[in-house]
Design a protein around this ligand. Structure first.
Ligand code: IMP
Ligand code: MG
Length: 180
C-alpha cells in the first residue's frame, strides 16, 4: 500500500497535532452548549478522523451516523449525492456538529446541511479535516477546518480511492499511474 503513494501531503504527526487543535476550537465554541451535543460523522470517509477527534473532546456527546453515497467512482466528480443510511436519532432542538473528511465541491455536505437544517436542530455546524480551496460555494461555510489543501486527489486517514487506502496513516497523493 505505501508503495502506491507518490508523496505524503500531511504526515500522521501533523494530523495528530491539528486534530488536537481542532478539538480545542470545538470545545471552546461549545463551552456552554455541550450538553446534548450530537456528533454526526459522515461515513465512511470521516471514520478515522472522527474517532480521533471525539477522543480529544472533554465533554459528553452522542453519535448519530449518516452514510452518504456520492455515486462517484474512484476520483471522478460524481452526480447527485444521496442519503443511503439516515440518522436513527431525532436531532430537533439539539446542538449538532457534522464531521466529514473533506469539503471539495460541497455537493455532499450541501445536501447534508440542508437536510439536517430542516429537522430544526438548536444549532448546526460543520467540521472538516480537509478543504480544497475555492471549490465549494461561498454559502457553504465550514465552521472548523483542519487543513486547506491544493486541488489534488488525496488518500489515507479515512480518505479513499475506490474504497482503498482508508487505513493509510498519512494523507498522501497516489502515484498517477494508479488512476484508472
Ligand atoms: P464533494 O461532494 O465534492 O464536496 O466531495 C465530498 C466527498 O468526495 C468526500 O466526502 C469524499 O468522499 C470525496 N472526495 C472528494 N475529494 C476527495 C479526495 O481528494 N480524496 C478522496 N475522496 C475525495
Ligand atoms: Mg469518500
Amino acid at each position: 500500500m505505501q508503495g502506491d503513494i507518490d508523496r505524503v501531503l500531511i504526515s500522521r504527526e501533523q494530523i495528530a497535532q491539528r486534530v488536537r487543535g481542532l478539538a480545542d476550537e470545538i470545545a471552546a465554541v461549545y463551552a456552554d452548549d455541550a450538553a446534548g451535543l450530537v456528533i454526526v460523522p459522515i461515513l465512511a470517509g470521516s471514520l478515522i478522523f472522527c474517532a480521533d477527534l471525539i477522543r480529544c473532546l472533554p465533554f459528553k456527546m452522542r453519535i448519530a451516523l449518516m452514510t452518504i453515497s456520492s455515486y462517484r467512482d474512484k476520483t471522478t466528480v460524481g452526480a447527485t449525492p444521496q442519503v443511503v443510511h439516515d440518522l436513527t436519532a431525532d436531532i430537533r432542538g439539539r446542538h449538532v456538529l457534522v464531521v466529514d473528511d473533506i469539503l471539495d465541491t460541497g455537493n455532499t455536505l450541501g445536501l447534508v446541511m440542508r437536510d439536517l437544517a430542516r429537522r430544526q436542530p438548536a444549532s448546526l455546524r460543520m467540521c472538516v479535516l480537509l478543504r480544497k480551496k475555492g471549490k465549494a460555494p461561498p454559502s457553504l461555510k465550514a465552521d472548523f477546518v483542519g487543513f486547506d489543501i491544493e486541488d489534488v486527489f488525496v488518500v489515507g486517514y479515512g480518505l479513499d480511492y475506490d474504497n482503498h487506502y482508508r487505513n493509510a496513516p498519512d494523507i498522501g497523493v497516489l502515484r498517477p499511474e494508479l488512476y484508472a
